[in-house]
Design a protein around this ligand. Structure first.
Ligand code: MG
Length: 416
């Protein structure tokens, strides 16, 4: 049977989700002005996690420091990240997809693949059903997605990227020469700026050049294994199946995809702290603790690497999870591969009281618990956006924690 795969991608996800929330409250639509999610405007710290299309016109990039973005676009409206809001919206749009697709693979917080193979009797026209899904998400949830349609995951993914927002594109085999091949090689999934440059030096400037090139030449530029993959991708070939995931229910996780590669420990640690904080605060509000911590990284070779370890005792303490994340990250990252994605996930869960209390409670732990409780209560009173990341994304664990708590208290008092 001929395969049919959709890739559903939320347009500027974090920003759209924040914008949708504000529009519901009668506030201006962030999507229509130069705006971005991330960091602290006054302190000019943190990184840009998402930006609006008007901000993109100023050259603002995801993953770049806030200070740099503000230099390019001084009027940039900045909003603090709110990972709980993102998780909620992520689940909501994937639930819409699950109503129509037999198999849904969550690829990241704002992207999923749908395997629509064999649904021809129910939905004879793929574009019509794609439109139904897209419009239902827009009309019921208040944000837009792009849907890419193809016979392979790579084609679906490339197609969803063609023209945004709120669009459906097909990339069937017969359309590859006309729609895919004229694009610059840097647009191909997994090709970052540095690799694009190397390929261009070898006179492989477009995806078509790459598709028609000798495999050996491609391999000489990017290495043997990745060479095969890139050559296949350029030809729309990709045999990887759409996986359903059930492990999500068994753990708490969060990840962030970055447009600008992460290349140093400082920025990686800032992001890990933000991720650990968001995951732990969700666990605390659900009354859940976890004992196993995993860090996932995806390099610009688009290979996922993951590393996990068990803690001595189950925890929901941000500082403990962050400390282990840093360790795991140091062990899993080779320090050379620029990173595109960082993720933190916690498994081996149990409810509060399910785990035996340690006989010798240590003081540091109690202090950290109090700190988390203070942060959580301020979050509850003033909303998630008041304190997240802005302070949390400061580097250095103890400095970061202290800073975060002070920041939290200050914000609380300010708004009181
Ligand atoms: Mg997206």
């Amino acid at each position: 049977m001929e395969k049919l795969i959709f890739h559903v991608d939320v347009n500027s996800a974090y920003l759209s989700w924040e914008a949708a929330r504000r529009v519901k409250n009668g506030e201006p639509d962030l999507r229509l002005i130069p705006s971005a999610i991330g960091g602290d405007r006054e302190k000019r710290t943190g990184v840009i996690l998402a930006k609006s299309i008007p901000a993109k016109k100023y050259g603002v990039k995801t993953g770049e420091p806030v200070a740099m973005a503000l230099r390019k676009c001084p009027q940039l409206e900045l909003a603090r990240p709110d990972f709980r809001l993102y998780e909620k919206n992520s689940k909501a749009f994937m639930d819409v997809c699950r109503k129509y697709a037999p198999v849904v693979e969550k690829y990241s917080i704002d992207e999923c693949f749908l395997d629509m193979t064999g649904t021809g009797i129910l939905y004879p026209d793929p574009i019509a059903i794609a439109r139904t899904i897209k419009d239902e998400i827009r009309d019921t949830l208040g944000f837009t997605v792009n849907v890419g349609i193809g016979r392979t995951k790579i084609c679906a993914k490339m197609a969803s990227d063609f023209e945004k927002p709120d669009k459906i594109h097909t990339l069937f085999p017969e359309e590859i020469p006309q729609k895919l091949w004229p694009l610059p090689v840097g647009d191909l999934f997994t090709v970052g700026a540095a690799t694009a440059q190397k390929l261009q030096k070898a006179y492989l400037s477009t995806i078509g050049d790459l598709a028609k090139a000798d495999l050996a030449l491609v391999q000489a530029v990017v290495g043997k294994k990745w060479g095969i993959q890139l050559h296949e991708y350029a030809n729309g070939i990709d045999n990887s199946p759409v996986h359903t995931q059930s492990e999500e229910a068994k753990g708490y996780s969060n990840s962030v995809t970055l447009e600008t590669d992460v290349t140093d420990y400082d920025r990686a640690n800032q992001i890990l702290l933000a991720l650990a904080d968001s995951v732990c605060s969700r666990m605390r509000s659900d009354g859940i603790k976890a004992q196993c911590v995993a860090v996932t990284i995806r390099g610009n070779d688009f290979k996922n690497r993951s590393h996990q370890r068990k803690l001595q005792e189950p925890t929901d303490i941000t500082a403990e999870v962050y400390a282990l994340c840093k360790e795991l990250f140091r062990e899993v990252w080779d320090r050379r591969t620029p990173l595109r994605l960082l993720g933190v996930s916690l498994t081996d869960l149990g409810h509060d009281g399910y785990f035996q209390q340690s006989l010798f409670p240590d003081q540091k732990r109690q202090k950290n618990e109090k700190l988390d409780a203070a942060v959580d209560s301020i979050r509850q009173r003033f909303g998630n956006t008041t304190i997240q990341l802005g302070g949390a994304m400061k580097t250095g664990e103890s400095v970061g924690r202290k800073h975060k708590a002070q920041m939290a208290l200050r914000n609380g008092q300010k708004e009181d």
